[in-house]
Design a protein around this ligand. Structure first.
Ligand SMILES: [Zn+2]
Ligand SMILES: [Zn+2]
Length: 165
């Protein structure tokens, strides 16, 4: 890592602190829910980067484990421990229902969406934001296309009289 302090500054700038002391990265998460941050031109996991910046490089065969909070987007270095890969895969966390979504919104009954028969509990705030972002993108595209569309309509519109019978 060329500039650990700059990386840490970025991690903090895009994270929120929760009441458990977690530093939850907000900017980008990978599909598994881990913080995704670009470091020296490579996409890396935020918690691993946070560990390296604080303690130096992670040895081969070692894993950075969320020992305190088990929240994958957390980059708080005091919540992380270095374990061997085999230990990491043998750690079976009790599968208590998650209290927070990956972005740190509380998964209270009001904020949880259960779809169909799926056991997955999804965050309403995140879904609403996602939908709003999608609609904004959709409207922007519509606006961008609108003048063109209008001229197409005008160009193809024949006066009724010329259609004739
Ligand atoms: Zn944490
Ligand atoms: Zn959420």
């Amino acid at each position: 890592m060329k500039d650990p302090r700059e990386v840490i500054r970025r991690l903090h700038a895009h994270s929120v602190r929760n009441e458990h002391g977690c530093l939850l990265y907000q900017l980008a998460l990978d599909p598994a829910g881990y913080a995704a941050i670009s470091v020296d031109g490579r996409k890396r996991n935020g918690h691993r980067v946070a560990w390296e910046a604080a303690h130096g490089s992670i040895g081969a065969g070692m894993c950075v484990h969320h020992a305190v909070c088990s929240r994958r987007s957390c980059c708080e270095v005091s919540h992380l421990v270095l374990v061997t890969r085999s230990v990491n895969s043998s750690i079976q966390l009790p599968r208590a229902p998650k209290k927070y979504c990956a972005r740190g919104h509380p998964l209270t009954n009001q904020n949880v969406i259960r779809s169909g028969t799926s056991k997955r509990r999804r965050c309403r705030i995140c879904r609403t934001r996602y939908n709003a972002a999608w609609m904004r993108a959709y409207r922007a595209r519509e606006r961008a296309l609108a003048p063109e569309k209008a001229s197409v309509v005008i160009g193809h519109h024949e006066p009724l009289s010329s259609v004739g019978r």
